[in-house]
Design a protein around this ligand. Structure first.
Ligand code: NAD
Length: 364
């Protein structure tokens, strides 16, 4: 960047001028909200959240065919389109007031350790979506980043240090998935710095809850463990396989906290183009998660540890100092309460599926 100081200053100046007060939302209940990845877990929940808040124009987009979406909110425009194609991004961003990009090829450790190319290719979605959003003159653009963007060197001990926002650099993100997130964050930051489009970036730490993926290979630890406990109970084979030693630690955020946090972050002027953690700071080990799921299910299982299975970093927690300072809020649903709801929901899904009943949510 040598010799580029004047330009940088000009950009900073432009960005500062565009920042208003500390928090603002011109509520336009008829402004068009576009949510991508809406056939998936978080996008689907976000659509429902905005609808329930009274927003009347929502365009939900996902590459999956409509019958495969986890949730479809009645009254919402649902579009099936692959957003790695530029033309589709242009089309879905038309007339958009706010855009929330939650589309990515992703899953739990079993998926992101095995399918790094698929994860990296999600870069196409954010690259085309930011450009299309900017061309459409969107007011705000949200990007769903991940704790996988953090430096993996800091996550080798199960007695995890809580990761603060500055710990992403010097960069050594999770191979594939984490690097895609880190790069896409930078794209968002530069669309603000150079082009003045307001972008917002949250680094999610493991999200769980009803209407999430619970089988098929993309599910994350809380859903996978609930399913295994339910399966063990249903089949009478009272054993469970755990990936790794079970001593890995993580924090898990309940979906209701996640969608509320997305809304708050996207409407906080101080957070324009500033990546922020969105996660719970309640740390627990995978073994503790299994014990809790067993307790909810009322069963005790024999544990088998698969040390060759994907297990990710040894320990990771969210440092919530910054979010508490800037929003006066942090995700706070106790894990026990959130897991109980999730377990009951997966149990119902499991039984419905075995009985050949539909498991999509498309009613109010
Ligand atoms: P999900 O897999 O349930 O939903 C993602 C959706 O994006 C899927 O329905 C998928 O079909 C869609 N998609 C993928 N590629 C697309 C494309 N080219 N065009 C259109 N749609 C496409 O995942 P999720 O848990 O809801 O995650 C949402 C976002 O949050 C993702 O960006 C993910 O990386 C991020 N995130 C999630 C977690 C978590 O714990 N769930 C943690 C960190 C970050």
């Amino acid at each position: 960047m040598a010799g580029d100081g004047g330009k940088q200053e000009a950009r900073k100046d432009m960005a500062t001028k565009k920042q208003g007060g500390s928090s603002s939302r011109t509520i336009r209940k008829d402004g068009l909200i576009v949510v991508t990845g809406a056939g998936g877990f978080i996008g689907g929940a976000l659509v429902r959240y905005f609808w329930d808040k009274g927003f009347t124009r929502i365009r939900a987009v996902d590459k999956k065919p409509l019958y495969d979406w986890y949730q479809r909110t009645p009254g919402v425009e649902c579009v099936s389109a692959d957003l790695s194609e530029r033309e589709n991004c242009t089309r879905v961003c038309q007339d958009a007031w706010e855009i929330y990009n939650l589309a990515a090829d992703m899953g739990g450790m079993g998926f992101i350790e095995r399918f790094r190319v698929e994860c990296l290719r999600s870069v196409l979605v954010n690259t085309h979506m930011t450009e299309a959003a900017w061309r459409a003159g969107a007011e705000r653009y949200f990007f769903s980043s991940s704790a996988c963007a953090y430096n993996t060197e800091l996550q080798k001990d199960p007695k995890a240090i809580a990761l603060k926002e500055s710990d992403a650099y010097p960069a050594m993100a999770e191979r594939g998935y984490g690097w895609e997130k880190l790069f896409s964050e930078m794209v968002c930051q530069e669309y603000w710095a150079e082009r003045g489009m307001k972008t917002y970036i949250a680094r999610f730490h493991n999200v769980y809850g009803p209407w999430g993926t619970w089988d098929g290979g993309r599910e994350k630890a809380p859903a996978a463990i609930c399913r295994k406990v339910i399966e063990a109970k249903e089949t009478g084979k009272l054993a469970i396989e755990i990936w790794g030693t079970g001593e890995q630690t993580r924090s898990f955020m309940f979906i209701e906290d996640c969608v509320k946090g997305i809304d708050m972050i996207t409407h906080c002027e101080e957070l324009t183009a500033v990546p922020i953690n969105l996660g719970s700071s309640e740390l627990l080990s995978i073994n503790a998660l299994v014990s809790l799921a067993e307790e909810i299910g009322g069963v005790r299982l024999k544990r088998r540890y698969d040390l060759g299975a994907p297990q990710g970093v040894a320990g990771r927690n969210s440092d919530n100092t910054f979010i508490k300072k800037v929003l006066g809020w942090e995700p706070s649903t106790p894990f026990r309460a959130g897991l109980t709801k999730t377990y009951r929901w997966i149990e119902q899904q499991y039984k419905d599926r075995r009985a050949g009943r539909r498991t999509v949510r498309d009613t109010v």
